[in-house]
Write a protein that binds this ligand. Structure first.
Ligand code: BV8
Length: 241
């Protein structure tokens, strides 16, 4: 890995479910992944929520309970990215598709959760956004406006616009290094970020994944292996470079 990016350079890191897999959280499209057990059309679209809010709330209640009860810990991949943010002289931004809290738990601070956060909910009636660790039911009243029937996971479903897109594209315009970690590159607009980064004419791009994705050819560099091994090694090389 011959990395020669400016020490003051900007690093944008895109992460997906693969970085959390060694912490015990399922991915979506791997063998036995989440979408092999439930149909995304039934639980991860606004139409699904309209059609059967109970099913959708329970899908997220189960995943929220996994975070709050099993208390998965960040793995060496998350911790290496937190170290990179601390020790790299330039800006490091993590854009995660994940709705878990493992980057925060590892100590990263500059994070954009473009698909939302599992431990937050919002009220469709009063737009209140609140941290929430318990189950949510269709008739749970909103603590802010008192109305029922409006609480939903603060999660971006298919067909909804991901969060903080302007900030993300702005960071990609300045990126000297774009790292894609643990994502299959199936979901847009995240899957298009590598192209957006390359548009600035100077960004180095690297895919770090368990195995090659369909989008691997778009990256200048590829490193394969479990995130808990390849990410710390790559971060060490960056900090030594
Ligand atoms: C949008 C919710 C417009 C939270 C998720 C028709 C109508 C409307 C939209 C579309 C359409 N057709 C296509 C689209 C776009 C659509 C889309 O991309 N669909 C796909 C399926 C084709 N996208 C959208 O709808 C998005 N919105 O387009 O709005 C717009 C856009 C921009 C600007 C203006 C308007 C909204 C997408 C968000 C959907 N919500 N999640 C939740 O329930 O979690 S997406 C879901 O997939 C998860 O969030 C997940 O993060 C995401 C991506 O999955 P990955 O993270 O990549 O996980 P995956 O399992 O796929 O891969 C894991 C990888 O890890 C594998 O490669 C594996 O090899 C690797 N791995 C495994 N173990 C390890 C490892 N790597 C390292 N170490 C290991 N140990």
């Amino acid at each position: 890995m011959n990395i020669n990016i400016d020490k003051q350079g900007t690093i944008v890191v895109l992460t997906g479910a693969g970085i959390s897999r060694e912490s015990g959280l399922d991915t979506f499209r791997c063998e036995g992944g989440i979408w092999s057990k439930v149909n995304l059309e039934d639980v991860a679209t606004p139409e699904a929520f309209q059609r059967n809010p109970k099913l959708v709330q329970n899908f997220y209640n189960a995943r929220r309970a996994q975070l709050t009860q099993e208390k998965p810990q960040p793995n060496a991949g998350h911790l290496a990215l937190a170290r990179l943010e601390q020790e790299w002289p330039g800006q490091v931004l993590i854009v995660t598709q994940n709705i878990d809290n493992l980057h925060e738990a590892a100590g990263s601070q500059n994070i954009i959760h473009m698909h939302g956060e599992l431990l937050k909910i919002r009220c469709n009636h009063c737009e209140a956004l609140m941290v929430w660790e318990d189950d949510v039911h269709v008739d749970t009243p909103c603590p802010h406006c008192g109305q029922s029937g409006g609480l939903r996971p603060h999660v971006v479903w298919f067909g909804e616009i991901p969060l903080q897109m302007e900030e993300i594209y702005h960071a990609l315009e300045d990126a000297d290094l774009f790292m894609s970690i643990g994502t299959s590159g199936n979901v847009y607009p995240a899957a298009g970020f590598v192209q957006a980064a390359k548009q600035n004419g100077f960004c180095h791009t690297v895919e770090l994944n368990l195995d090659p994705t369909e989008g691997a050819v778009q990256f200048a560099e590829t490193v394969y292996g479990p995130a808990s091994q390849v990410v710390p090694a790559y971060v060490d090389a960056l900090l030594k470079s």
